[in-house]
Ligand binder design. Sequence first.
Ligand code: FAD
Length: 459
Amino acid sequence: MKVIEKIHSLQEGKVVFSFEFFPPKTEDGVDNLFERMDRMVAHNPSFCDITWGAGGSTADLTLDIANKMQNIISVETMMHLTCTNMPVEKIDHALQTIKSNGIQNVLALRGDPPHGQDKFVQVEGGFSCALDLVKHIRSKYGDYFGITVAGYPEAHPDAIGNDGVATPEAYQNDLAYLKRKVDAGADLIVTQLFYDTDIFLKFVNDCRQIGINCPIVPGIMPINNYKGFLRMTGFCKTKIPAEITAALEAIKDNEEAVKAYGVHLGTEMCRKILAHGIKTLHLYTLNMEKSALAILMNLGLIEESKISRSLPWRRPANVFRFKEDVRPIFWSNRPKSYITRTIVWDQFPHGRWGDSRNPSYGALTDHQFMRPRARDKKLQEEWATPLKSIDDIQEKFKSYCLGKLRSSPWSELDSLQPETKIIHEQLGKINLKGFLTINSQPAVNGERSDSPSVGKYKC
Ligand code: FAD
């Protein structure tokens, strides 16, 4: 679904929030990011972003992460896309890829120059600015994508002079250009980070004055670390109000105190913004969890104890599959990877288990997401043990069925589901006879669908 549609369908008075992540540098970092995202998404953000590395440096990884966010984590995903080093064929490859993965949201950007260069250079066959990119997306993909663009409450850093502010004329030019991006088809604006809330509120007002009517989502970056804060605000030429400088000066060597202040400041900024009738908040998480969640908790937008979902698995975010609310029972131990594993199957169950010469016969494509499980400590302890005979293998399967092992390479769940207890002894015997089981279903009749043991997971 497009983020703009979600925002427009908001109930009166309801506030929504979103999280932004960036592609980590190492494989372990990527694995851990998915785990973190999974926990954060349990709080129901309206969408999550993944950034496009400077100069297109993370193109493949960003595409891969975006796909998994949409189809494994099952969160509405907005992928950033920049023009730096991107001829139109590469732009289209990225857009086609996310389209085929059921993603409908793009943040269209010009991009910063790659490392080591100080000026943006239009690549041959590419675009010179975000406006061109927005026009291209609308002309080639019609209404399929929801398009977001960047807005700068203090004007784009290039327009900010040595005195730290943009001239009124430069500021007005920047606003006029932002309006052109919206008129060309952008339907949402997410802003650059800021620490002076009055500047943001004035920016919203100025946008409205010149006819920019779409939602303007404030980008909030909690301060996590003093040096990082100075680096980021220096790079973006962000104004830092005197009281923030003074407060940080006193605690800058105490990382915990800086974090706590960052949560306090972020909370107060958001409170003021919400009090002015703005109902959307975008949190630049820098791939960190605690400060963003603490701010949302302080605002009463999330509660640790109230993580709920309407189905036993997270509702699919993929635009082609979001209506699915039934799953084959023998997939119940794959609540996360079900969508991504079946994404390229055009017929079910024919696609995977049928004739391998059939063009719809699919290959497994989620090996990367499985890697963290292969490194799972419990799984290693329980399953990566020396096996001397076939009997040892049978014994291992039997132990799992009897509940003596908690993990299984074939399941994402922690131990067996309660219904398996009904037949676990029979399963143990079957495994000892050499029929190694990885799934089962007890015969039950007339049980209520809210039965805790056999009804809970069926819809
Ligand atoms: P544009 O909208 O093209 O504008 C850049 C500047 O040029 C503005 O000052 C604008 O006024 C001026 N300008 C451009 N064309 C015209 C024109 N025809 N007429 C008049 N003025 C013009 N960078 C990344 O590399 N990856 C990311 O994932 C990423 N995510 C971001 C997310 C957000 C919310 C924001 C605010 C920034 C992000 N950036 C990212 C940084 C962004 O790429 C840089 O700020 C970049 O310098 C400008 O991108 P833009 O899309 O705002 O550019």
